[in-house]
Write a new protein. Structure first.
Lengths: 155, 805, 266
């Protein structure tokens, strides 16, 4: 059963016919070829697939494309539309908040989502906010620094 | 002997504070690769889309051990969209098993047992997740659906997943041809000397422990995409891998019998490896094989559930360790017996991890004169065990530093003091376990770590914590590692079936811009930046004028890849050697241009200069001249400026340092919080401190993970993996970890031109022992099993209380 | 994932009607458990009836007459955690919601989805039972004490749809959670509440039949509302779960520790 779905992705309207079982992450990666959103697990825990749906961090591996009907979706590709890095991206670079880069898009988007909820989070709050994002490379030390600095820059 | 006299002994190495860098080397440069990773432009293997690609799905064994009575594939083969179904029975007779790259010869003089590791199960399955069949279809869903229609008739057999069980008399044999499950019994060291030393020891410390099995869990799952090209009968394989040339060599020469030059392996951006992507795995090999038969590219990406059961795991040792000391706490001898799991099959470097990379490190930073280690490698019905960040060296450090800490407690000697009484201070130092340390300054790192960790303030913090009814503990680990793998002749003598050199090519373009081709690879360590820094520094050009290419057998002369903290010390040196050739040739070109003799031309700050004059030619002009050789010594010199070098190291490098962990434990719940973690390391010279710190952070996080959170658990009866997803395997999260305090001391490596030692594994090597020493200190117990979960800590507290009562 | 039909009704009546027509179908609320289970083939519904387009199910209101906070079944955890209505009247409930899963899960997961699933380690069942809430469905009202029936079992009839949960405002309440280091579910979670209707102590994560009340603690607290009152009350380990993360004995110990801490925090 194919269902038509229309939504906004990175500011652009998108419409497609998809199977109900198509996960939002599949839709982004395969249909739209937005491969910056990654898949690192099958139990919705690692957070590599995190995107913003209506400004809120969501795991796109745990949401159907059809559930994004009418939603405003932001993926990592949409964060720096003009080529200038978003302050959060810039902060990750400046603080060496990434190594292999695989978890990075999800981390950055979770951090941007946090900024909307809390303009001045403590270190402990940042660490808690990253509970749904695994990084195996950095030990989180520099990610936490980057998120703090990125949120300050965004203010 | 007093400690003072020990400390006054001659010291040939003193670490220096890092000099202020003048060129790119030593600068905290932001990484070149970050922009693409931060904007979603990175290209990982699963992002690669080949025209007409099909999809593979692997049917895996639900049993830990079973005989395959039959496999029915008819229904699957006729399932919608299916392009091919492959089982172990369908593999051509010419196809070999997956090879093991290191031959260990046992104490009996016989080679290790190497039972066949078939690409797809033949006759038996030997662990949960063992690959039984591959289905290729138009879509992944079709392949998965068809795989469910494969009818496998299993006769379940009893399974063994624990080395202690596998070595019992009458235990089920994982391989019929290895009835005692023993791959080899291997030993290193002078047993007679050790026994004699123990006989006269004033004190003996004994520990029995398990070094827990870990699952590497790079966040990018393994993946491949294999294509056959009919036009030139070649293959193209994209694979998430740490060493594409080794992958190709092993796959073509040992397994598939394909012509090596007809296979191109590309490993694009890799989302973490930590050892687990060194190895040649069955999945990509079968995909390459089948791509010709199917006539379409075949793509496979592991689900995380598959990664848990099919990636090579790490550690899994059961060890008895003893340390003999004299009455002053001077180490006299060490005796270690280890039973190391190999898993169901020998993975690519499985055999050398608990031997060559383990027993040789048991001297640690100490002058222990006699050491003997015996290792029994054991087959079990589990996923294979192989190198995982640190590979053998974390296990060795755990043995040494747990023994040292326990001995200090038992003999009432301060933790730093017992270390100081035994530190090696004269270099080069020949250990009793084969290695020769070239340089180090262990006091410097210990002192630095104690200062940074505010050890003097600890008693006060402990008292303050006690007021809040919390227990505080401090733990040390002074580790050493052998990195920069490795001198090929030494490795060869020890059983390596491969060389361990590295290759680098430096291509200077006519405009003076440079492309570097390295046989090493980056799995996130930032080599595009650090290697550029090294080359730019030496050539006096801008870092942005250097590009680094890695991970492609089609573009790079050869390579051994990234592991063993080798990339800069071996790979970087190969590049330096190629740069030397560039400079040597450039000097001749410049001499010609300046009408001077070659010997009078020197290369300084990016310019070729006639010594003692202000006559000079910039590097870019020399480059242009090499490609536009109008005024050029064509009779003596070829045009062009492109040089390749292979570098084989003359020794291992020996990074070392001291890590200090401070924990606070809630005695009511058993929760352990790391309140401070300090690492002061000597990695030799440092090219990019920011990247080095990041490597330490990541390694420490994995070490803390091993100590407190991560443990792979198989059911001892059924052999089922109980920690088969993130629901049960506890990955360290941000909230589980503290900020880290890291610093470095420098004794430059003596045998490579950069003076570098390697930093990738140090954190994972030092941290587990530091954490467990801290937990034991807090609890006042001799030992606690890793991972020191909240329940284990609570039980330790309770049994302590019971003893006291 | 197997193929399935997908429906997005805009009212409760339509949702129930569609569900009635598809006996192998399932409602999907936030989908944070269901979709993960479907990906692994652990759930294979023929159809999904998505409740996300029924706005009234997501409302959070205060029922003055009953002195209760009424939370719509589709209220997301993040919404409950941030609700000023809840924060001012039952802060412990907001606290529970803020401890569920992780940020991303809280942005999708819902109260109704959680309690209808009744995972024995989920947080919400402790709050629902601990506050003596009433589950309102399209058909009836069910008292919390009657609702949770065992592991992943509830009193809901087939196709019965939770529309809201009414939480009576307590005098005081608190929740203490001991997290599973891997899944972030509760190894043990203890919710305590003192209300006009009495004292309740509800435990999640530990019971081999799901969430349960600790009568002995409630009785002791009725006499003396203080951490010391429950200090020596141990829940027998025999009815508790043992898994690779915690033995029944350890869970029993944690219940007593967390109960004391919850009482101190309430």
């Amino acid at each position: 059963m194919k269902i038509s779905v229309s939504l906004t992705v990175n500011g652009k309207p998108v419409a497609a016919e998809v199977e109900a079982r198509t996960l939002l992450v599949q839709f982004l990666r395969e249909n739209l070829e937005l491969t910056g959103t990654h898949v690192g697990c099958d139990t919705a825990q690692c957070g590599a697939c995190t995107i913003l749906v209506d400004g809120k961090a969501v795991k796109s591996c745990n949401m159907l494309a059809v559930q994004a009907q009418g939603a405003d979706v932001t993926t990592i590709e949409g964060l720096a539309p003009n080529g200038d890095l978003h302050p959060m991206q810039e902060a990750f670079r400046r603080h060496h908040g990434l190594q292999c880069g695989f978890c990075t898009p999800g981390m950055v988007l979770t951090a941007v989502g946090l900024a909307a909820q809390n303009a001045n989070p403590s270190e402990a709050q940042i660490r808690e906010a990253l509970d749904g994002n695994f990084c195996r490379c950095t030990g989180y030390h520099n990610i936490v620094k980057a998120v703090k600095s990125g949120i300050e820059e965004m203010a | 002997m007093t400690d003072t006299t020990v400390r006054e002994k001659s010291t040939t190495a003193k670490s220096n504070p890092a000099a202020k860098p003048t060129g790119p080397i030593g600068q905290r440069l932001e990484r070149k690769e970050d922009r693409r990773f931060l904007t979603g432009a990175g290209q990982y293997t699963d992002d690669v889309k080949l025209a007409h690609q099909s999809y593979a799905y692997f049917l895996r064994s639900p049993h830990a051990h079973a005989r395959i009575k039959s496999i029915g594939t008819k229904a699957a083969a006729s399932s919608p969209g299916v392009l091919g179904v492959f089982t172990g029975n369908d593999l051509p007779a010419t196809v070999g098993g997956l090879p093991c790259g290191w031959l260990i010869t046992g104490t009996d003089g016989k080679p290790m047992k190497e039972p066949k590791h078939p690409l797809l199960a033949q006759g038996k399955v030997r662990h949960v997740g063992d690959q039984v069949a591959m289905v290729v279809a138009e879509s992944l869903e079709q392949a998965r659906t068809a795989a469910q229609r494969i009818d496998v008739d299993y006769e379940p057999l009893p399974a063994v997943v624990d080395v202690r069980d596998a070595l019992k008399k009458g235990a089920p044999a994982v391989h019929d041809e290895v009835p005692d499950n023993t791959c080899y019994v291997w030993a290193l060291g002078d047993k007679g000397a050790v026994d004699a030393a123990f006989a006269k020891a004033a004190h003996v410390t004994t520990l029995d422990f398990v070094n827990n099995r870990l699952i590497p869990n790079a966040i990018e799952p393994r993946a491949c995409n294999a294509a056959y090209n009919r036009a030139d009968e070649s293959y193209l394989l994209y694979v998430s891998n740490q060493n594409p040339h080794v992958e190709r060599l092993l796959m073509t020469a040992f397994v598939l019998g394909l012509p090596e030059h007809k296979v191109r392996v590309i490993s694009p951006d890799v989302g973490g490896g930590f050892g687990s992507k060194i190895f040649l795995y069955a999945e990509e090999t079968v995909c390459v094989l089948a791509s010709k038969q199917v006539g379409r590219p075949i793509k496979w990406t592991a689900d995380r559930s598959e990664s848990f059961v099919s990636d090579a795991h790490g550690r899994d040792h059961v060890t008895k360790a003893e340390l003999a000391l004299d009455k002053d706490g001077k180490f006299l001898a060490m005796r270690v017996q280890t039973r190391a799991a190999m898993g169901a099959y020998l993975s690519t470097f499985a055999s050398c991890v608990p031997t060559i990379l383990y027993a040789t490190l048991l001297a640690g930073q100490y002058t222990t004169p006699a050491i003997h280690c015996e290792v029994t490698a054991v087959f079990t019905n589990t996923a294979p065990v192989d190198a995982y960040r640190g590979a053998g060296r974390p296990e060795a450090t755990y043995v040494v530093e747990r023994l040292v800490a326990t001995a200090a407690t038992e003999m009432k000697i301060a933790q730093d003091e017992i270390r100081r009484r035994n530190f090696i201070r004269t270099f080069p130092y020949q250990t009793p376990v084969a290695l020769q340390y070239d340089i180090g300054d262990y006091d410097a790192c210990l002192n630095g770590a104690m200062e940074l960790a505010d050890v003097p303030g600890f008693p006060q913090r402990k008292t303050e914590a006690a007021r809040r009814r919390k227990l505080r503990g401090l733990g040390y680990a002074s580790y050493i590692e052998a990195c920069g793998l490795a001198p090929s002749n030494v490795a060869g003598a020890l059983g390596a079936r491969a060389g361990l050199f590295e290759a680098g090519e430096v291509r200077v373009h006519p405009t003076g811009k440079v492309t570097v081709f390295t046989g090493s690879h980056s799995n996130g360590q930032g080599h595009e930046t650090t290697f550029s820094q090294v080359v730019a520094d030496r050539l006096g050009i801008a870092v942005d004028d250097v590009d680094v290419v890695h991970g492609d057998t089609g573009r790079i002369p050869f390579g051994m890849g990234t592991y063993g903290s080798r990339s800069l010390s071996v790979g970087g040196t190969a590049i330096m050697k190629a740069v030397d050739k560039i400079v040597a040739k450039g000097r001749k070109i410049a001499a010609h241009l300046m009408e001077a003799s070659d010997a009078d031309v020197e290369f300084v700050n990016g310019k070729f200069t006639v010594k003692g004059t202000d006559k000079n030619v910039p590097f870019a002009q020399v480059a242009l001249t090499a490609y536009v050789p109008h005024n050029y010594p064509l009779d003596k010199l070829e045009p062009g400026l492109d040089e390749t070098a292979f570098y084989d190291p003359t020794n291992f490098t020996y990074p070392a340092g001291t890590h200090i962990c401070e924990v606070e434990i809630d005695p009511e719940t058993g929760e352990t919080k790391i309140v401070n973690f300090t690492a002061v390391d000597d990695f030799g010279n440092i090219v990019n401190p920011m990247i080095v710190e990041g490597q330490v952070h990541g390694g420490v996080a994995q070490g803390i993970g091993q100590a407190l959170l991560e443990g792979c658990v198989y059911d001892r009866e059924s052999g089922q993996l109980l920690t088969g997803s993130y629901m049960d395997y506890a990955m360290p999260r941000a909230a589980d970890l503290p900020n880290f305090q890291v610093d470095t001391r420098v004794t430059p490596c003596t045998h490579n031109p950069l003076g570098v030692k390697g930093c990738g594994e140090a954190g994972a090597i030092g941290a587990p022992a530091a954490v467990i020493n801290a937990v034991c200190d807090a609890l006042g117990v001799k030992d606690i099993e890793m991972p020191a979960t909240t329940e284990r800590v609570w039980r330790a507290i309770r049994s302590n209380a019971n003893r006291a009562a | 994932m197997n193929a399935f039909g997908f429906y997005e009704p805009t009212s409760v009546r339509k949702a129930v009607a569609i569900a009635a027509d598809h006996s192998e179908g399932k409602y999907v609320a936030g989908g944070q458990t269901l979709l993960a289970a479907m990906k692994l083939g652990l759930a294979t519904p023929s159809d999904l009836v998505d409740l996300g387009k029924i706005p009234e199910l997501a409302a959070i209101t205060y029922d003055k007459a009953a002195d209760a906070v009424v939370v719509g079944s589709m209220a997301k955890h993040a919404q409950v955690a941030a609700s000023s209505e809840i924060a001012s009247r039952i802060p412990a409930l907001a606290h529970v919601a803020g401890l569920i899963g992780d940020v991303q899960v809280r942005n999708r997961g819902t109260l109704g989805g959680s309690i209808a699933n009744n995972d024995p380690a989920a947080d919400y069942p402790a709050a629902v039972l601990g506050l003596g809430a009433t589950i309102v469905t399209d058909q009836r009202k069910i008292a919390a004490d009657e609702f949770f029936k065992g592991l992943f079992e509830t009193a809901l009839n087939p196709n019965e749809l939770i529309t809201s949960v009414s939480f009576p405002v307590p005098k005081r309440a608190a929740y203490m959670k001991f997290r599973n280091p891997a899944s972030r579910f509760a190894v043990v979670g203890v919710f305590v509440a003192q209300a006009g209707s009495g004292i309740r102590v509800a435990v999640t994560g530990a019971g081999s039949a799901g969430v349960f009340r600790v009568k002995a603690m409630e009785d002791a607290l009725a006499k003396n509302w203080s951490p010391d009152a429950v200090k020596s009350i141990a829940v027998p380990a025999s009815g508790l779960q043992t898994d690779i993360h915690a033995s029944a004995e350890y869970r029993a110990h944690l219940i007593t520790v967390l109960a004391q801490r919850a009482i101190a925090a309430a």
